[in-house]
Design a protein around this ligand. Structure first.
Ligand code: FES
Length: 123
């Protein structure tokens, strides 16, 4: 795909691709916080797979950049709640009272060794 913006326009008119950094800036096993209009987003490179999640915990504001990562699970450093970086769901807490705590995740695309996030377009 030559032009990522064209791709976003064609496939999801309500979304846009935003370039956040190069792949070289996020080698496997590293993480990086990028400030965006929607707030800070945490990028994770897990064995070459890139994930993008809100850097702030939906429970009480813990910063995931300091959280422990185990496989595809990131643990909030404040109260140790574990979230799945694929879906953003809270793991192992099925009570209704926990269902509201959904971590925001963002689709990632790679173009020419650059990392793009697909974000909802604001009009
Ligand atoms: S602030 Fe993240 S689990 Fe409480």
């Amino acid at each position: 795909m030559e032009n990522p913006e064209d791709f976003a326009e064609e496939s999801h008119p309500s979304s846009e691709l935003v370039k956040v950094c190069s792949l070289a800036e996020l080698p496997p096993g590293t993480r990086k916080v990028v400030p965006l209009s929607i707030g800070n987003v945490l990028l994770l490179n897990i064995e070459g797979e890139i994930f993008a999640i809100s850097s702030i915990c939906p429970h009480a504001g813990g910063h995931f950049e300091y959280g422990c990562l185990e496989g595809y699970t990131i643990e909030c450093p404040l109260h140790y709640w574990p979230f799945d970086v694929h879906s953003g769901t809270l793991i192992g807490m099925n009570q209704v009272s926990f269902l509201d705590y959904q971590l925001d995740t963002y689709p990632v695309q790679l173009h020419d060794s650059q990392i793009y996030l697909k974000l909802a377009r604001h009009s």
